[in-house]
Design a binder for this molecule. Structure first.
Ligand code: ZN
Ligand code: ZN
Length: 303
């Protein structure tokens, strides 16, 4: 009784709060530069790659790099720090060679996240090419647990990201994320909600009732409180196209009004909102951040 009252109170409070805001910042010249860039843009939070996202080999982090990152983080007070795992990882792979490489690489991602004191590590469930969806889900859960075996994750939480469902990718339904989480009994997984992926996977965010149905699907399957990060993106690809193309906030198929409703949704106010919009010209990030800020300007920040 008391816990449900407390939960209700927290939900009411969330009405008056705004989410933490940030973007995926580049790490060129050193990981700490992403923190400085986020700070420059007046962000609360940031997402980074902790290494080259498109190569299997990653150079080990040097002690001084880790120390610098911790120092700059303390100075800038950026939180939470979110790491996005590299794109080659496929924890659902039917091919044993790719699967083993993926498990080893994801374990490295966890170890780097721990060394850097990151809060969240975002990963896509992967592709079940040459296998069925159910096998992909099983394989993904097994791989996640093997990658994390015997590691003390401390504050670091792994977040499964919903996908656009391109090709044989699993994770485009919240039912998939639930099935993977339920199988990972040794891990306390969270969820990263990508608006562009959900939209092109068939969750129609354009109208208020479509958003309500999406939030309901999240609540039913994984619980909205487990959404720790939102990848806040408009979509260049059409509704239900199963294509993953992020676009500038308000200029894509989801649109300004619909994204404003997402940003102001009380059941998402506790999450870190991170832009992954195109960075083609100088000022793109500042512009998209300003649009997101304008959505939540009247609400206080949640702490
Ligand atoms: Zn992602
Ligand atoms: Zn995407």
């Amino acid at each position: 009784m008391r816990t449900s009252q407390a939960k209700e109170q927290a939900q009411q409070q969330a009405h008056a709060t705004r989410p933490r805001i940030g973007f995926h910042a580049p790490i060129a010249g050193g990981l700490q530069n992403a923190l400085l860039k986020a700070h420059e843009h007046n962000c609360d939070t940031v997402q980074i790659f902790s290494r080259n996202p498109r190569g299997w080999q990653a150079r080990a982090l040097r002690d001084e790099e880790i120390e610098t990152f911790h120092r700059v983080r303390a100075e800038t007070k950026i939180a939470p720090v979110v790491i996005h795992a590299n794109y080659l990882i496929n924890l659902a792979a039917a091919d044993p060679l790719i699967r083993e490489k993926s498990i080893a690489s994801f374990r490295e991602e966890i170890e780097r996240g721990l060394a850097l004191g990151a809060d969240y590590l975002v990963v896509h469930p992967g592709s079940a090419k040459n296998a069925c969806e159910a096998d992909g889900i099983r394989t993904c859960a097994e791989s996640l647990q093997r990658a994390a075996a015997d590691l003390d994750l401390k504050q670091l939480r792994i977040l499964l990201e919903n996908t656009a469902g391109q090709g044989a990718c699993i994770g485009h339904r919240f039912e998939h994320l639930r099935a993977i989480s339920e199988r990972c009994t040794a891990l306390r997984l969270g969820v990263c909600f990508d608006t562009a992926h959900a939209f092109t996977a068939g969750y129609d965010l354009r109208e208020a009732d479509g958003l309500a149905a999406t939030i309901e699907a999240i609540e039913r399957n994984v619980g909205t409180e487990n959404i720790r990060a939102v990848h806040f993106n408009d979509s260049k690809a059409a509704y239900n196209s199963r294509v993953d193309r992020h676009w500038h906030i308000g200029l894509g198929h989801i649109g300004l009004e619909a994204l404003r409703r997402v940003a102001r949704h009380p059941q998402l106010a506790h999450a870190a909102f991170l832009l992954e919009t195109p960075q083609d010209t100088i000022g793109d990030d500042a512009r998209n951040l300003n649009v997101l800020r304008s959505f939540v300007a009247t609400a206080r920040r949640s702490t």
